[in-house]
Design a protein around this ligand. Structure first.
Ligand code: GAP
Length: 465
């Protein structure tokens, strides 16, 4: 599948728009439209329910985006959060060295044993020579207050993790948690990426959902395996992706961040190649020990049973919310030939004269679908629309509902398919007599007559099953 197909559907139907579009846009910035916002909310709510709400060992947190700059000294971001960058001497385009080397290694006929030297690579855009690599720090700088001097420099956070580490003591003391327990948050992050791109895959502002799971040092292997199993359950049962599209990449020694003893990147087969979706890392006591040193605060934990004092170790599962949303769009997209089928008082699904036609249908898991139910009166006549509007008002108390009375019912079904609405409720002239409506299910396109008085209960049942 082509990424452009998804980008264009997202724009056409109001999932995702190019950022600042009326001003010509801002490269690689994107705005979530009405449906994209709902989809993102649903993904975040499902993530929160699965990893936080349903567990007894997790506590929530919501920390500031701008933190004391010492936080980033302690975490190593000021010193190390940089990518090697080269610039073309001719066209002045900039590239990340690791991306150039990755692209080179993927070229047909490229011998793996060849030295991977950026000096051997010309500019991919104009063929010009590239400069020597320079380190480029990815943090967005800003100033606190009205003076723009070194003393007022601050940074937009590049990850949510630091907020969890600096609040470890506050949380442990106020909640009186015993190990193991986790602190979770979802929030916006900012990275001045050298080469953003591939739609919402790599942007300069994005959301992360992550948690720091604090454990006894000698239990890390057990907890790492438990979290890997939970992550698999998340993708299979909640996000309902085709598990063959995921790659579980064990990062070998020498390629992991220096503080990590084990990292697994969960990768996905995107239309632009197999790339990182999210990850899980065992970070030892690196973060707490650095923050303890920098802040001078004692961040040790005292085991209530043994009295032993130690710095907890940490397993960190981290999830890019925007990448999960991209994956949900890619997994949901289907094109299907539809044959004419008639049911109840509702016209056939297929094209005219019984011909087949192609429908685009976003088969989101029902709990993630942005709109849950569409209410569609067969005609705009007041006698039908008043009944249909009453049903919509009632359903809106429980579900996100779309009401649509324009164009043919076939076209309206296609519009709902294209945004992934699981149920369409059609009110026809028979409804006035038998007080029933036709409920049409998105994937099977099966239609059922349901009493209006039982509709809400019927839909609740469908979303629970
Ligand atoms: N605390 C660990 C941490 O921040 P990371 O791998 O740097 O780890 C977490 O980032 C996740 O955020 C990634 O696995 C990815 O899903 C997402 N992510 C990272 N950079 C991104 C970007 N520029 N645009 C969109 N998502 C990004």
């Amino acid at each position: 599948m082509n990424l452009e197909t998804i980008v264009s559907l997202c724009k056409r139907r109001g999932f995702i728009f190019p950022g600042s579009e009326i001003y010509g846009g801002l490269a690689n910035s994107w705005d979530y439209g009405p449906l994209g916002h709902l989809l993102k909310q649903n993904i975040k709510a499902a993530w929160w329910k699965f990893f936080v709400q349903e567990r007894e060992d997790m506590v929530p947190l919501d920390t500031a985006i701008i933190m004391n700059p010492k936080v980033w000294q302690a975490s190593g971001h000021i010193e190390n959060f940089s990518d090697p960058l080269v610039e073309c001497k001719k066209c002045h385009h900039r590239f990340r060295v690791d991306h150039l080397l990755e692209a080179k290694a993927a070229e047909p006929g490229y011998a793996k044993e060849k030295p991977r030297e950026v000096a051997d690579i010309p500019c991919p855009d104009c063929g010009g020579p590239l400069t020597d690599p320079k380190q480029f720090n990815l943090m967005f700088k800003t100033f606190i207050g009205s003076t723009e001097d070194d003393a007022s420099v601050a940074y937009l956070r590049p990850e949510t993790a630091a907020g969890m580490f600096v609040n470890f003591k506050n949380i442990q003391q106020t909640t009186r948690r015993r190990l193991p327990f986790g602190i979770a948050q979802i929030g916006k992050n900012f990275r001045n990426e050298i080469t953003p791109g591939n739609f919402i895959f790599r942007t300069r502002e994005f959301e992360i959902g992550e948690f720091e799971y604090f454990i006894k040092p000698d239990e890390w292997e057990k907890h790492f395996e438990l979290w890997l199993a939970e992550i698999k359950r998340w993708w299979k049962d909640i996000m309902q992706v085709n598990m063959d599209h995921l790659v579980w990449h064990e990062i070998p020694d020498g390629e992991r961040a220096h503080y990590s003893k084990r990292t697994v990147d969960i990768e996905y087969q995107y239309p632009f190649g197999v790339k990182e979706l999210h990850g899980i890392a065992y970070r030892t006591d690196f973060d707490l020990s650095r923050h303890e040193k920098m802040s001078g605060e004692d961040l040790h934990y005292t085991d209530p049973e043994t009295g032993e004092k130690f710095l907890p170790h940490v397993i960190e599962p981290t999830f890019g919310i925007d990448r999960m949303l991209l994956v949900s769009l890619l997994e949901a997209y289907h094109e299907e030939d539809v044959a004419a089928t008639a049911a109840g008082g509702v016209p056939p699904e297929g094209g005219k004269d019984g011909k087949t036609e192609t429908r685009i249908v976003m088969k989101f898991p029902k709990h993630l679908a942005p709109i849950k139910v569409a209410v569609l009166p067969l005609s705009k006549k007041e006698e039908l629309s008043s009944v249909a509007k009453g049903i919509a008002v009632d359903l809106r108390k429980h579900f996100s509902v779309d009401y649509d009375e324009t164009q043919s019912i076939g076209k309206r079904y296609r519009r709902q398919d294209e945004i992934g609405t699981p149920y369409c409720v059609t009110v026809d002239f028979d409804s006035l007599e038998d007080k029933k409506v036709t409920v049409r299910e998105r994937d099977s396109m099966k239609q059922e007559r349901i009493a209006i008085s039982e509709l809400k209960g019927y839909l609740f049942g469908q979303f629970q099953s």
